[in-house]
Write a protein that binds this ligand. Structure first.
Ligand code: NAD
Ligand code: ZN
Length: 362
């Protein structure tokens, strides 16, 4: 065991969620490594749409005061940030297959200790699942985190700034796995935000033809300049479903992905997929969406959900390590932790479409 007793009694800077519109940068005690855990000095942490939802409308995943999370036992205030990379600074007793100085990312789950997380285990669906950086256990918007060994994934030579995007890329990878799509298929993605764009990157790397639908000028441009989309359609200019049929010799898309949380986009996917096509809903909905069930019936559409990831990190990391996905162009700003609200949250809330991923250095 590499001891890090030096950290006992030390403090660190962290972004702490107290309540909606109330996130504070504070000095808190630095976490200390325990048996079976790994201490990581954070390099970069991305700001996610869910962080914005917590800020504007939360607490959602964050346990409200008086309602401690059943697994972490924590309640607000909690440290934020679940999309992070860093360098191992200490190993707890019993962790022998990693080394200090190694660069890693974290699969940021809070899952019961008794839940199996091996190949094929659907641990993303386990009772009371939550995320490090939302439901407790520290987070990436701080200087240091200590996590269970099973959530740590080495990244080799992948640059640490790009590695902060592996978590949302893994969301895209899991959506791809859920879709059952294969090389040669045509996919339509509704919404070219960070999730839609990173999903597109996975689909391109896996050999699909990707059509994206998006309204924002900057995001349409990003989908084309990065090469993750073969075609970008603007629903304010064309009938997306008609255009998809033109591009597929009348057939329709083999698979559709809802990545906008906009009901009209879901409606379009029902029109644009082929008979017996698959639609994967990636979006989180703040209100119940409506689905035209007659279209589901008459086309035998297979409508599926996807949440998080499960055993997706190794394959996702490999896509980046092998150069099949280039994450660099999706980083649109790098900021310091002290500027989290002014240069991070406020920019994403007010000028969302000028940004893809803002990453934060503690
Ligand atoms: N299932 C999961 O595990 C998981 C994980 C992370 C995020 N999410 C969810 O995925 C969704 C997408 O996340 P994001 O960060 O990319 O969100 P985002 O809001 O940044 O992106 C949505 C995009 O949809 C576009 N859009 C809006 N109306 C449209 C229309 N009519 N036609 C075409 N495009 C339109 C917007 O311009 C925007 O670019 C969110 O609901 C998020 O909560 C799900
Ligand atoms: Zn996220």
């Amino acid at each position: 065991m590499t001891t890090d007793l030096t950290k006992i009694g030390m403090t660190m800077k962290a972004a702490r969620y107290y309540a909606n519109r109330d996130i504070r940068i504070e000095d808190i005690p630095a976490p200390v490594v325990r048996p079976g855990t790994v201490a990581i000095d954070i390099a970069w942490c991305g700001i996610c749409g869910s962080d914005l939802h917590e800020y504007l409308d939360g607490p959602i995943f964050v346990p409200a005061p008086g309602h401690p999370h059943p697994i972490s036992g924590e309640e607000a205030p909690v440290t934020m940030g679940h999309e992070f990379s860093g360098t191992i600074s200490a190993l707890g007793e019993g962790v022998t297959d990693l080394s200090v100085g190694q660069n890693v990312v974290v699969e940021p789950y809070i899952i019961g200790a008794d839940v199996p997380t091996g190949p094929g285990d659907e641990y993303q669906l386990s009772q009371d699942m939550n995320f490090i950086g939302l439901g407790g256990y520290g987070g990436g918007l701080s200087e240091r985190v200590v996590v269970e060994r099973r959530w740590v994934h080495p990244i080799g030579d992948i640059p640490l700034d790009q590695a902060a995007l592996i978590e949302p890329l893994a969301v895209g990878h899991h959506a791809f796995i859920r879709s059952g799509a294969k090389a040669g298929d045509v996919a339509l993605i509704g919404g070219a935000g960070p999730i839609g764009l990173l999903l597109a990157a996975v689909l391109k790397a896996e050999g699909l033809t990707v059509i994206m639908s998006e309204l924002s000028v900057a995001r349409k441009a990003k989908a084309l300049s990065t090469g993750v989309a073969d075609h970008v359609l603007d629903p304010s200019e064309v009938n997306v479903a008609d255009r998809v049929r033109e591009l597929t010799e009348g057939r329709g898309a083999d698979v559709g992905f809802e990545c906008s949380s906009v009901n009209a986009v879901l409606d379009t996917l029902l029109d644009a997929v082929r008979p017996a096509g698959v639609i994967v809903n990636v979006s989180i909905w703040g209100h119940p969406a409506t689905v035209d069930m007659q279209k589901v019936v008459l086309k035998e559409i297979d409508l599926r959900g996807t949440i998080g990831y499960a055993n997706d990190h190794p394959a996702t990391i490999k896509l980046v390590a092998d150069g099949k996905v280039d994450l660099e162009p999706f980083i649109t700003a790098r900021i310091a932790l002290d500027d989290l609200i002014a240069e991070g949250f406020d920019v994403l809330i007010n000028n969302n479409d000028t940004q893809v991923k803002i990453i934060v250095h503690p």
